[in-house]
Design a protein around this ligand. Structure first.
Ligand SMILES: NC(=O)c1ccc[n+]([C@@H]2O[C@H](COP(=O)([O-])OP(=O)(O)OC[C@H]3O[C@@H](n4cnc5c(N)ncnc54)[C@H](OP(=O)(O)O)[C@@H]3O)[C@@H](O)[C@H]2O)c1
Length: 245
């Protein structure tokens, strides 16, 4: 059997210029991985470009997951390049008022579905050849406990589009997991916890359970490291515990 080192392993992260995506890049590059950091607007990804200046193991690529053409263009550009781990991270949360009962902006629903559901599905279709060519063969989608039916998300009222798009993403990924079993690709649905990616929150507004990005992402990387085909189609928290559907 070929002994793998992290020098040889590669990961593609969508939505990599800030928040959870950026922290995935930071931690994977520290571990010596080759990182393809996919972002909507490379010119505006200052922090990521500064990190890439320090590490030639980071490649920044342009990608809008809400555009089939953009996904196809990146898949074609990276044709023949193995990718060990694909992380579908890019997503939108939106504003509270546009998704609150009584003030729902129905015209916005399609954008949520396009970005949070069809984007990750299209990424899987387009990048199956790259992941099949990798040695680890793992696809991870970052969804949310907000999309869980089994968990009382009473702490997050409204948010109709966000919650329903994440629940739909869960169902989509369960199906992808079934379809990709034949290719020995593990598909895992990850819940990152409630992560402080919005910047500084004053202590009085911090709610119980809010964690910082390094803790969530270190947990998720440990989960990803341990994934085997037995885990395909599972919904797992960053801590490694099962997440109720
Ligand atoms: N933070 C949490 O507590 C939490 C909890 C559960 C799940 N999640 C999920 O974790 C993921 C990352 O969350 P986050 O907190 O890091 O969010 P964030 O800080 O808002 O960052 C979202 C990222 O997704 C990118 N993005 C949005 N639409 C895109 C598109 N059409 N194409 C490409 N990239 C796009 C954004 O790019 P721009 O910078 O160009 O806008 C940004 O880089 C999301 O899927 C989110 O739903 C987060």
């Amino acid at each position: 059997m070929v002994e793998m080192t992290h020098q040889q392993t590669s990961v593609l992260v969508t939505g990599a210029n800030r928040g959870i995506g950026f922290e995935f890049v930071r931690q994977y590059v520290q571990q010596g991985w080759q990182v393809i950091a996919a972002v909507r607007t490379p010119d505006r990804a200052e922090a990521l470009r500064a990190l890439a200046d320090e590490h030639d193991t980071i490649t920044i690529e342009k990608l809008d997951v809400a555009s089939d053409q953009s996904i196809d263009a990146l898949a074609a550009k990276l044709s023949g390049q193995p990718i060990d781990v694909l992380i579908n991270n890019a997503g939108i949360f939106g504003e509270f008022t546009e998704q609150a009962f009584g003030s729902i902006n129905f015209a916005r629903f399609d954008t949520f579905m396009r970005t949070n559901v069809l984007g990750p599905l299209k990424m899987c279709e387009a990048f199956v050849p790259h992941v099949r060519a990798g040695q680890l063969k793992k696809i991870v989608s970052i969804t949310s406990q907000a999309g869980s039916f089994g968990l009382d998300s009473g702490g997050l009222p409204g948010m109709y589009f966000y919650k329903s798009s994440k629940a739909a993403q869960n169902m989509v990924m369960r199906n992808v997991a079934k379809d990709l079993k034949a290719h020995d690709i593990v598909v895992c649905i990850l819940s990152p916890g409630m992560v402080n990616t919005a910047g500084e929150i004053p202590p009085e507004r911090r709610f119980q359970g809010l964690i910082e990005p390094p803790e969530s992402i270190a947990g998720m990387i440990a989960v990803i490291d341990r994934l085997t085909m037995d885990d395909t189609g599972k919904f797992v928290r960053y801590s490694g515990e099962p997440q109720p559907w």
